[in-house]
Design a protein around this ligand. Structure first.
Ligand SMILES: Nc1nc2c(ncn2[C@@H]2O[C@H](COP(=O)(O)OP(=O)(O)OP(=O)(O)O)[C@@H](O)[C@H]2O)c(=O)[nH]1
Ligand SMILES: [Mg+2]
Length: 377
């Protein structure tokens, strides 16, 4: 894979994958492009507001963000691969930069200890996962960029599964154009089949996991299979076992996990920031990315339009032709009812329509999730 070529507007660098490859991850040879040339003070042209384009920026991927420092990966899966810490260039202003962002770096991109590159570009995002604004934080925040698979992690017990949270995650996934996957953890504590049956009509792939008496995780092979080839982000309430799964899939991740409070059954918000990890097969070949996130309550869904959500239901979507203008798809005149009644959406039509409407309603109101732990990001 040549990630440099996939990075939207971020340009290929002379130090990127076209260089002769070296096993050494530290760069020792420098050239002019490493030097920031200031405008000639004696030049006749006045300084303009036009910034240099940074055509020499090196493409990188943000793996975590900590107090204004961006840990990035350059030359992913090449011999030139290295982790580089960078700081945002002032010219970027307050543009949010998050885990999964593809960025361009200039300056010292050697990745040598105590060096700091300058992050000068953020490529357009293929997807965005947002956290809702809530009582503790008025701003909506981007959690992760560019993931293509949203893995909703729910515990069969401890904490109690909340169908409404899954509904809301599904809406967020469909809206962001991400493939949703359900993972039910802690099947050693309770039988998750009842809970899962509520989602049958949606055809969302699901994996059930459990910690076995020997400490290993049952269902890990199935989980790795759905993660392979994808850029996944794990979401779910605190304490459901997200970091436990990340450690199982990517043992080098070494994420801290925390016991659930025995009295309240809630997690303790052990993970406080999102971090992306690659995972590998036994031969060391990269299989995909998995991003661990802090426990969240829910996602901002206010912006999701009924028509956009309908697009995620291809068997129902053509029925929209029979709807009045501006149909909410949850009203008497909605054309989807006739469409389904005529059998045009197949045997599963009614069940799908019911699920679709349940998701529509999940966009608003708190009801069931009102007593959930609040987000810690
Ligand atoms: N019995 C049982 N316990 C599990 C299972 N998976 C995780 N746990 C336990 O659940 C607790 C919480 O796990 P974490 O992985 O820290 O949960 P998290 O979702 O990362 O939580 P936050 O970082 O707070 O969002 C830990 O004590 C885990 O050992 C499971 O399948 N079965
Ligand atoms: Mg965690």
């Amino acid at each position: 894979m040549e990630p440099v070529d996939r990075v939207g507007e971020v340009s290929t660098s002379p130090h990127g994958s076209h260089r002769p490859r070296r096993a050494n991850t530290r760069r020792t040879d420098y050239d002019e492009s490493d030097v920031r040339i200031r405008p000639n003070p004696r030049g006749s042209r006045a300084r303009t507001k036009i910034r240099p384009k940074h055509d020499d920026a090196v493409a990188a991927r943000v793996v975590t963000v900590d107090r204004g420092r961006f840990t990035t990966l350059i030359g992913e899966n090449t011999d030139d691969e290295r982790e580089v810490v960078a700081m945002r260039a002032r010219e970027l202003g307050r543009t949010p930069i998050v885990v999964g962002d593809r960025v361009g770096l200039v300056g010292d991109t050697s990745g040598a200890p105590d060096t700091l590159a300058r992050l000068v570009k953020v490529a357009e995002r293929a997807s965005v996962l947002r956290r809702t604004a809530d009582d503790t934080d008025a701003a909506e925040r981007v959690i992760v960029a560019n993931a293509n698979q949203l893995v909703m992690v729910t515990a069969a017990a401890d904490p109690q599964p909340r169908p409404r949270m899954v509904d809301r995650c599904l809406v967020a996934a469909y809206d962001a154009g991400m493939r949703p996957v359900m993972v039910i953890t802690k099947a050693d504590l309770a039988d998750p089949r009842d809970f899962l049956s509520g989602f049958e009509a949606l055809d969302v792939p699901s994996v059930i996991t459990a910690i076995q008496p020997d400490g290993r995780i049952a269902g890990l092979a199935e989980l790795r299979a759905v993660l392979t080839g994808a850029d996944s982000v794990l979401v779910g309430h605190s304490g459901v076992g997200k970091s436990t799964l990340v450690n199982a899939v990517a043992p080098h991740a070494d994420r801290t996990t925390g016991a659930v409070n025995a009295v309240t059954g809630r997690g303790r918000h052990t993970s406080s920031s999102a971090v992306g990890f690659r995972f590998f097969d036994d031969d060391g070949h990269a299989l995909g990315w998995i991003t661990d996130t802090p426990g969240v309550r829910s996602f901002g869904l206010g912006h999701v339009q009924p028509g956009d959500l309908l697009e995620a239901f291809p068997s129902l979507a053509p029925g929209e032709a029979g709807c009045p203008r501006g149909c909410t798809h949850d009203e008497k005149e909605c054309g989807l009812d006739d469409y389904v009644a005529a059998g045009r959406a197949g045997d599963q039509g009614q069940a799908r329509l019911d699920s679709f409407r349940r998701l529509l309603r999940a966009r608003s109101g708190d009801g069931e999730d009102a007593d959930c732990p609040s987000p810690s990001t």
